[in-house]
Design a protein around this ligand. Structure first.
Ligand SMILES: [Zn+2]
Length: 252
């Protein structure tokens, strides 16, 4: 079983014990669409049983980007089609050996096989998505090539993937690409301005999308100018190393 928190009508979020990774369920009381279901095998199984217990059936899934913790699936979700941007779908194939390495040797074989089986699309096919729920895909190259946010205009929910986190600093790498990250923040700005709720790939959903975007811009400006950023996220695990890496990148 997984605890699901309703962040907006028809939008439920579960949070993994690993890196506060979020899984989002968009539903209409019957059909459920999964965004980045994650992460540990027992958590994926728990999510499948909770969805079943609620009388929902999975009609589709989406991976926001081609990192191993965002390409997962579970047999309990059924054989629904899974989608991503064209660039993400291509990377899920070409980067498969590295993605499997990141997953680790102890991950169950059946789940390893299901990793990254996504089809590239420009829009989510209507049959796969809950009825009467408009959705817009916002594709950019911040954090990862072909990274995609999902914007639900009716609920004003922004599923940000690995952008706009309250616990992680901006991560414009693998591949290192600071200009693309800044452009991505520009693309996301108009959605952040409108958003009632932002759901980051790692961290807490919150009402403060625009404040998070501003914090990310300020952080990158500080690094570029050689200033010491004053950002509470710096004390989180691994974030001092992120700052060092960003400093190296902006010197290059
Ligand atoms: Zn990622």
């Amino acid at each position: 079983m997984r605890e699901l928190t309703e962040v907006a009508p028809g939008v439920l979020v579960a949070t993994s014990r690993t890196m506060s990774t979020t899984s989002t369920v968009i539903h209409d009381g019957r059909a459920a669409f999964l965004v980045d279901p994650a992460w540990m095998p027992d958590e994926l199984a728990g999510l499948a049983s909770t969805i079943g217990d609620r009388g929902l059936s999975v009609t589709g899934g989406f991976a926001t980007h081609a990192h191993h913790d965002h390409l997962l699936w579970h047999p309990g979700f059924g054989a629904a089609p899974r989608f991503a941007s064209a660039a993400t779908a291509a990377l899920a194939v070409t980067e498969r050996p590295a993605l499997l390495d990141s997953l680790g040797a102890e991950f169950p074989r059946g789940l390893v096989d299901l990793l990254g089986r996504v089809t590239g699309v420009e829009q989510i096919p209507e049959a796969a998505f809950p009825r009467d729920t408009p959705v817009e895909l916002v594709v950019h190259d911040g954090h990862a090539p072909g990274h995609t946010a999902l914007w639900l205009p009716e609920q004003r929910v922004l599923l940000a993937g690995d952008m706009l986190s309250d616990i992680e600093l901006p991560l414009p790498f693998w591949p290192d690409d600071l200009p693309s990250y800044r452009s991505a923040l520009d693309v996301l700005a108009r959605y952040a301005e409108e958003a009632a709720v932002v759901v980051p790939g790692h961290g807490e959903p919150g009402p403060d999308a625009l404040a998070r975007l501003d914090a990310d811009r300020r952080f990158l400006d500080d690094v570029a100018a050689g200033r010491v950023p004053n950002d509470p996220r710096l004390t989180n695990p691994g974030m001092a190393e992120v700052l060092d890496h960003l400093r190296d990148m902006s010197r290059r």
